[in-house]
Every structure is written in structure tokens, then in C-alpha cells.
Design a protein around this ligand. Structure first.
Ligand SMILES: [Zn+2]
Length: 304
């Protein structure tokens, strides 16, 4: 990989600020609002970086001044959390040893989490479903994207053939899924092209594809950090699975734009976990703990 011969910190700190602002605006035009700007300048080969900044310069009106905007005293917009209660409608999810249906447990925990966030004025919470209805996995992902969620959390309580398995665990998208991930990105790019979305010449499409990939990597890295912080926090107050930080190719985690995590609150195939999850008081406890940990992470520098 080729790096610029100029110190990237200097690039952000001195006379090039105007150029940096222009390039940032160009990234925003491409919908790359989650891409850390410094990462892009560090990771892009310099000819591509030059192409981005050049394109941005061309797009600016000639008579526009490049003076940096005055610092704003506006309050930060609220963080947006999408909570996704797993399953629903004709899909009951896992069935517990005593007949408990996963879809009911997930919906109740999600509702309790949403009300626990009412004490957090700077976090706005949405649910993918508020009732016992079926949603496809793609619809769930779409709903997170539609509200421009900062974080997407899918709630589950599954079962395992080993009835001894118990405890909470959290999943992010696995590296193994990266090929499919790449093909999803390609599909999205092609779709945008058909609609005339970006409307850029070929060389700019290559730049956009690379930037898009960088943004997707950033999304996955953020989810990974959320998982580590979440599991560490939950482990102080709730029983965890033996290896609680997990990764798998869940369709509901594949958004390239929204950091996504799936939480298995416990195993309905384990009598201890099921006996906890059927009790409203215990569901209230786990919902409150999860809300507290997620609120802490959403307010942390991880989300700017
Ligand atoms: Zn499930």
C-alpha cells in the first residue's frame, strides 16, 4: 500500500484544511457519513486520494470561499438505536423446554429496553417490530438503515442441541462472510448505477467502490468494539456463555452502513435460562442491564 509522503496529521492541521473540507463534503455526497476521514486519507493509495480531492474541488462553485465554517454551538443530534426483536408472526423462533416461544421473549425484552432508554434524552430508540408480526431479515436491516441508526441490536433467545449450554452471548458479522459482504456491496453499487445514483465516470466509480469498502470495514470494526464493551459490561451482572464474544454470518448483521450486533439473551433449551427468561422480573433486569451498557457505549467516543 502506498502512503502519502506528507504527514497525515499535518494534512489535517494546517493550510490544507480547505481541501480536507472539500473532500469531506465529497465523501458525504457519496453517502459515506460513517467513514472516518483521517482513516480514508491514511488508507487510500495517494493517486486515489488525489482523485477524490480533485473531484471534490471540481464540484465546488468557483466563486465559493474556502474559509472554514464558524464553530457551531448547536447541541449534538441524538444517537439513534434500532432494537430488533427476533422472529414474530408465523415464525416463533426457538421453543423452550416448557413451550416458551422465543418471539414473545424477544419482543417483551425489546419493549422493556425501549422504555429503559426513556431516561436518556440523547438516545432515540426505534423497534423494528412492536407487535407479533413477521418481518423478513432484509426488512429488519432496511428499517435500521431507513432511520439512519447509529447502532442496530437484534435480540434473540435461541436453543442448542447441548442442553447444558447457557448464558448470554453477542455476535457480530464474521470475517468468513466477507466475500458475501463484498458481493452485497457490489450489488448495491450496481443497483445505484442502474438508477443513475452516483452518475460518476468510471475512474470515480473505482474510487467510490474503495471508499464504500472502507466505510463498510469501519462499520464492522465499530460493531466489533461494541461487542467487546457490551460483553465486558454485561459479564459483571449477568451469566455469560463460555465464549460469549462470537461471530457468524447472520443476514440481519450485514448492513454496510449500520454497526450491528445480535444478542442471544440465553438458551430456551436450558432449564435455568428458560426459567429466568419466562419471569417478567428477570426480563426487566436483563433489559435494564443491556440498555445501560448500550447507552454507555452510544455516548462514548466510539460514536463521535
Ligand atoms: Zn432467534
Amino acid at each position: 500500500m502506498v502512503f502519502s509522503d506528507k504527514d497525515p496529521v499535518e494534512q489535517n492541521d494546517g493550510a490544507d484544511c480547505g481541501e480536507v473540507d472539500l473532500a469531506r463534503r465529497h465523501l458525504l455526497r457519496l453517502g459515506l457519513t460513517t467513514l472516518p476521514f483521517l482513516s480514508a486519507s491514511l488508507l487510500l493509495p495517494s493517486p486515489l486520494w488525489a482523485a477524490v480531492t480533485k473531484k471534490a474541488t471540481i464540484l465546488e462553485p468557483l466563486n465559493k470561499t474556502t474559509a472554514p465554517p464558524a464553530p457551531s454551538s448547536k447541541p449534538k443530534p441524538p444517537r439513534i438505536l434500532m432494537i430488533d426483536p427476533g422472529h414474530g408472526g408465523h415464525d416463533p423462533g426457538a421453543i423452550g423446554l416448557s413451550g416458551t416461544q422465543e418471539k414473545d421473549i424477544t419482543l417483551d425484552i425489546a419493549r422493556r429496553m425501549a422504555s429503559a432508554f426513556s431516561v436518556e434524552p440523547n438516545i432515540k430508540v426505534h423497534l423494528t417490530r412492536k407487535d407479533d408480526v413477521f418481518l423478513s431479515l432484509a426488512e429488519r436491516v432496511e428499517r435500521g438503515c431507513a432511520v439512519k441508526a447509529d447502532l442496530f441490536i437484534s435480540i434473540h433467545a435461541d436453543s442448542a442441541p447441548n442442553h447444558g449450554a447457557r448464558g448470554l452471548s453477542a455476535y457480530t458479522l464474521s470475517e468468513k462472510a466477507s466475500d458475501q459482504f463484498a458481493s452485497l456491496l457490489a450489488e448495491k453499487e450496481n443497483h445505484a448505477d442502474v438508477k443513475g445514483g452516483l452518475g460518476l465516470p468510471v475512474e470515480d466509480k473505482e474510487v467510490a467502490a474503495i471508499l464504500f469498502d472502507l466505510a463498510a470495514r469501519h462499520t464492522r470494526n465499530t460493531a466489533q468494539r461494541v461487542k467487546v464493551g457490551f460483553i465486558k459490561g454485561m459479564g459483571r451482572r449477568w451469566t455469560l456463555l463460555d465464549q460469549p464474544m462470537r461471530a457468524a454470518n447472520f443476514a440481519v448483521l450485514r448492513s454496510p452502513e449500520v454497526p450491528s450486533m445480535l444478542v442471544e439473551t440465553g438458551f430456551l433449551s436450558n432449564k435455568h435460562d428458560e426459567s429466568l427468561l419466562v419471569k417478567p422480573l428477570q426480563r426487566q433486569k436483563i433489559a435494564g442491564l443491556m440498555a445501560k451498557e448500550l447507552a454507555f457505549l452510544l455516548k462514548s467516543p466510539l460514536f463521535g
